[in-house]
Design a protein around this ligand. Structure first.
Ligand code: SAT
Ligand code: MN
Length: 628
């Protein structure tokens, strides 16, 4: 036998296809790709199939170029230092584009700057993009990444295709989403997919200096969403939240809008299960603003004996009420964790550490001289004197100079969820898991008790609407200010926030829906010496246990002016020294000011879009507080 290989050289316009078969792609994908290839003018096109060979090829290229360095201490793991100007989400450059401004953002009161999303008109955005996209990939490879958010083929899942000129983004997308050529088979004739275009904005030959082999164009960053046509365009940044478009852009902003249209929810929530000593398992979803410990909570190691926690997801939940049973069923649309590294250690989150010991990418953390990762929080697990190379390339010996910082505060690990020692065996169940309780929380140094249960659904939505938190390094905000972050979705809502709150309220109208109980937690209350009143981390199981018992209807709550709070001694505090009264108090002066401030903020931001039910809730809370 003589084997004959027929090699067809494919081109789109005059751009060669290096890998993959363009002609065999679904027709609607070909049409869009052809336009984008023409627009971005790359040197070649690479259609990804999700294979291991592909990962190897791309990894080798990145290592050769110096963008990634192999961490020799672990298997298939790499460290990456970005341009120091490209380290977090850029909310000020993130836009929603719709014809009608108020489809994207609420009718804020005159003189109030809306912080619940930014709108740009299609014509203004066209100008911005015309200034950026033509030829933006010149001299670079254009990667086509087919991916599924949610298990491939599940009725709850959605398909996306991302184009990018960054192979760091390709590698990270392979960890965070399901990248596979299988995807094409699931895109039926003319079926919709989410179109994601990403460019670092550095065509060749480039005039700017490239720092750390990390191409980016910080002056021109633009992240825009077209929810009506299910499209995302991101330019100028390689940082995860700006560039892994399956994540915040698609799974929250675009999916949120699809969910609004179709009657479900796309939320900034972890999903976990708790099994008590009797073997009863409950699933909960919990929303916290970025960098407030969702990953730690989702993988918590319980300090109470007999309890088991298992993780389904740490950042995003897609949830819908089952038409037959009325249960709220949730899936994690992602396949990886993109977690904040600093502060993570074998004490605070052993499961996260164990998850990222292979097949992981570490961005903007420090490196030990023996090829390991290092960040603030690992000091007790790393021998003093260990030589560290910081994310800015500075060398120092651990313990010698306390002012040295190894990592950026928003440094991230990116690791496959399947490697998590406590990943739930149903984490990829296409039907999702039934949610019994929804928790909202933030960093609240003052005034806010450890846990509050809402009186009812509407009151729970009010609790979520008044969510606030101290700012963190996940976005560009500086200083420790308390910011409103309703539903922990302030940066992630893809449509009018008033409509979003109303959408939540409306689930009560269908009597078939089994509404989960809603809670508010605060692990971060401080005493007068600025010391945490609650130990947090593994001890949060004590609060989760109380929450689960409440979902079982146990009589362990009492009425306060801000919601139901635990009766004294109803939370198991065995072995802890805690000042219960300080932890649980509801100071009248604080809440009197707080409700006024909340009303003024919500009214200013949402104007007439603030749902009437929320105004009633505010009035009722005022009444209750005045009676303290
Ligand atoms: O947006 S990221 O995925 O980078 C992290 C976050 O802000 O939640
Ligand atoms: Mn997040």
């Amino acid at each position: 036998f003589v084997e004959v290989h027929y090699i067809t050289i494919q081109q789109v316009g005059n751009v060669p296809i290096t890998k993959g078969d363009f002609q065999s792609l679904p027709h609607q994908v070909q049409t869009w790709l052809a336009q984008m290839i023409q627009l971005c003018a790359p040197r070649a096109v690479y259609i990804c199939d999700g294979s291991e060979e592909e990962a190897e090829m791309v990894t080798n290229k990145l290592v050769e170029r110096g963008t990634l360095t192999k961490l020799t201490k672990y298997e298939n793991s790499y460290i990456c230092w970005t341009d120091p100007r490209d380290v977090a989400r850029v909310e000020s450059k993130t836009f929603i584009v719709t014809n009608n401004k108020y489809a994207s953002i609420p009718h804020s009161r005159e003189g109030v700057k809306c912080v619940l999303g930014q709108w740009m008109s299609p014509s203004d955005m066209k100008q911005e993009l015309d200034d950026r996209l033509p030829g933006c990939m010149a001299g670079r490879m254009l990667y086509v990444i087919p991916f599924s958010m949610g298990p491939i083929g599940s009725p709850l899942s959605k398909i996306g295709v991302q184009i990018t000129d960054s192979n760091y983004v390709l590698l990270s997308m392979r960890i965070m989403t399901r990248v596979s050529s299988e995807i094409w088979k699931h895109l039926r004739h003319n079926e919709e997919f989410v179109k994601c275009l990403h460019s670092t904005g550095v065509p060749r030959p480039h005039t700017q200096k490239i720092i750390n082999n990390w191409p980016c164009n910080p002056e021109k960053i633009l992240i825009c969403h077209f929810p009506d046509i299910r499209k995302v365009i991101s330019y100028g940044s390689g940082y995860g939240g700006n560039s892994l478009l399956g994540k915040k852009c698609f799974a929250l902003r675009i999916a949120g809008r699809i969910a609004y249209d179709e009657g479900w929810l796309a939320e900034h929530m972890l999903i976990m299960s708790i099994t008590n000593p009797k073997g009863e398992e409950k699933f909960i979803a919990a929303a916290f603003p970025s960098a407030c410990g969702k990953t730690n909570l989702a993988m918590l190691t319980p300090t109470m004996p007999g309890y088991t926690v298992r993780c389904i997801g740490d950042d995003i939940a897609w949830m819908r009420f089952d038409k037959q049973t009325g249960e709220l069923r949730a899936i994690n649309p992602e396949t990886g964790f993109f977690g904040v590294a600093p502060g993570t250690n074998m004490k605070t989150n052993p499961n996260a550490i164990l998850t990222c010991l292979k097949n992981s990418i570490f961005t903007n953390v420090g490196e030990t001289a023996d090829g390991g990762f290092y960040w603030e929080g690992l000091e007790n697990e790393t021998p003093p004197g260990t030589e560290i190379i910081s994310w800015t390339g500075e060398r120092y010996k651990l313990g010698e100079d306390k002012t040295k910082k190894s990592s950026h505060p928003n440094a991230r690990f990116c690791c496959p969820a399947r490697q998590c020692p406590i990943i739930h065996d149903r984490w990829e169940d296409p039907a999702g898991v039934p949610i019994s309780a929804i928790i909202f929380g933030g960093r609240r140094p003052e005034g806010v008790p450890l846990v509050i249960e809402s009186f009812d659904w509407k009151h729970g939505i009010f609790l979520a609407s008044q969510l606030k938190s101290e700012t963190t390094a996940a976005a560009e905000h500086t200083g420790k200010q308390i910011m409103h972050d309703p539903f922990a979705m302030r940066p992630f809502v893809g449509y009018n926030f008033g409509h979003y709150i109303q959408h939540w309220l409306d689930f009560e109208k269908d009597p078939k829906n089994k509404l989960p109980k809603i809670f508010h937690v605060n692990w971060f209350r401080l005493d007068e010496n600025k010391k945490f009143l609650w130990p947090g981390f593994g001890d949060n199981i004590r609060v989760l246990d109380w929450i689960v018992r409440r979902t079982n209807g146990e009589d362990i709550a009492e009425i306060s002016s801000v919601g139901l709070i635990p009766k004294k001694d109803s939370i198991n505090l065995q072995g802890l020294i805690v000042d219960w009264d300080k932890l649980m108090s509801v100071p009248k002066d604080y809440w009197k000011d707080d409700i006024e401030e909340t009303l003024s903020w919500l009214d200013g931001q949402l104007g007439d879009d603030l749902p009437h039910d929320i105004r009633i809730q505010i009035e009722q809370q005022k009444q209750r507080i005045s009676q303290i």
